[in-house]
Write a protein that binds this ligand. Structure first.
Ligand code: FAD
Length: 400
């Protein structure tokens, strides 16, 4: 039987990085993936340019940009492997990049450059690759460590690293392998759910807004109350089935089924006061005045729903204008659901962090490690999820 120091299952962001680092530290490493092509999520990420990290990650409080049952779990790994360290690696490989928005770093060229970089790091660590290769039974014994049955034969290793990611985008190789293995070893899993995902609004109530599909605008969006309150100032996009865009993807990770969202379509503008001033000075129609504050398609959709608003603004009742302002600045709507794993950028939930060491990613099962998205650590949109993949892989590789 083939024997290795460590076997890594899943050749995505976390698995490739971990295998390369462990190989470079002198370990004999085998990296297995069931896909025909590896690292498909890196390939499609950031619109094909991979938003590979985020400069705004606060290394003193990295948990600010992450969610999970224990948001502090990620702190140790993220503060020991920072965005700056990954940036230096990218620079050593001569990959040109740029900052786009809120600290987000993208390749100038293609995301393939990041994959090639990770493969080069694996090559310099002498990592063996088996792919496509499926993994069957896994057994552990105190004397022999892990025995892993694969479609290319059985292998043995004292250390096994699971980097099989979450459930998002099943068509490119996502599987529940990590969760099933955790269950086999008696480790708890926080129920997975789609995150960074468009939200849907079914039924008649949505029909006045369906015609806004394609409209994008900056908004402030929030959900939850008190300690659970989450708020983002980002762009929102109307779609045929609901809402998307960065604002909605971000809030979706915090949204609880049945809870409403509150959206301010004119953040920073006092809509009520502006309409009050217009009423004193103007004879234009309410829709035209509102179009000075928000996109005209949105103004038309709102005004079109109420006959009392289809008149010159100087003839409008104060109460009607106040109600209109309230709807623009504090629109409350409850999603019927999400677009699901087919459209979700990530999977929230995963291996319960109470089962793992935050220093090493080793689980309560000796020799078994979990890294990357399979763990109950979910980052904000904007390069945070890749940074978690790099940082958790780094912590694990140093511990192996
Ligand atoms: C459309 C899209 C765009 C994204 N853009 C960004 C972005 O720009 N920035 C960012 O930070 N994050 C982005 N993400 C999220 C990011 O891609 C993931 O968080 C990250 O890839 C997770 O890394 P991972 O190594 O844990 O898992 P993955 O990269 O998903 O890798 C898992 C690997 O495991 C393999 N695998 C799964 N099951 C098995 C099995 N049973 N046997 C063997 N192998 C298996 C898979 O084939 C895959 O190669 C994006 C995600 C999507 C879907």
């Amino acid at each position: 039987m083939n024997a290795f120091d460590a076997v890594v299952v899943g050749a995505g962001a976390a698995g490739l990085f971990c295998a390369g680092l462990a190989g470079q530290r002198g370990l004999k490493v085998l990296l297995i993936d069931h896909g025909e092509r590896i690292a498909e999520k890196i390939r499609i990420s950031g619109g094909g340019r991979a938003n590979f990290t985020n400069r705004d990650l606060d290394v003193r409080a990295p948990q600010r940009h992450f969610i999970g049952d224990n948001p502090h779990f990620c702190r140790s790994a993220l503060s020991r492997y920072t965005p700056q360290q990954f940036i230096e690696l990218v620079q050593r490989h001569g990959i040109a990049f740029h900052e786009k928005h809120k600290g987000q770093l993208f390749c100038d060229g293609s995301s393939q450059q990041i994959i090639d970089m990770l493969l080069a790091e694996c090559a310099s660590g002498g990592v063996a690759h088996w792919q496509p290769c499926s993994v069957g039974e896994i057994a552990f014994s105190d004397d022999a460590g892990f025995r892993i049955d694969t479609s290319r034969g059985a292998v043995q290793a004292p250390k096994l690293v699971i980097a099989t990611g979450g459930l998002s985008i099943p068509q490119i190789g996502a599987s529940d392998f990590g969760y099933r293995l955790a269950a086999q070893f008696g480790l708890r899993v926080v129920a997975p759910r789609p995150a960074l995902v468009p939200l849907t609004f079914g039924g008649e109530a949505w029909s006045p807004y369906a015609e806004l599909a394609g409209l994008a605008l900056p908004v402030q969006i929030e959900t939850g109350a008190k300690k659970e309150r989450a708020v983002f100032l980002e762009d929102l996009l109307f779609t045929h089935r609901g809402l998307s865009g960065p604002a909605v993807l971000q809030i979706s990770s915090y949204w609880q089924p049945g809870a409403p969202l509150t959206i301010d379509f004119a953040p920073g503008v006092d809509v009520r006061a502006s309409l009050g001033v217009a009423k004193q000075r103007s004879r234009k129609r309410i829709g035209n005045e509102l179009a000075a504050l928000v996109p005209s398609r949105l103004a038309d959709a709102w005004v079109g729903q109420d006959a009392a608003l289809q008149r010159p603004i100087n003839e409008a009742a104060d109460r009607a204008l106040a109600a209109l302002a309230e709807r623009i600045a504090r629109w409350q709507i409850t999603p019927s659901g999400t677009e699901g794993y087919k459209k979700a950028e990530v999977t929230a939930g995963g291996i319960d962090t109470r089962e793992l060491s935050s220093q090493t990613m080793e689980s309560k099962q000796r020799g078994l490690y979990f890294i990357g998205e399979v763990v109950d650590v979910t980052g904000w949109l904007g390069g945070y999820n890749f940074q978690w993949a790099w940082a958790s892989a780094h912590a694990c590789a140093h511990a192996l």
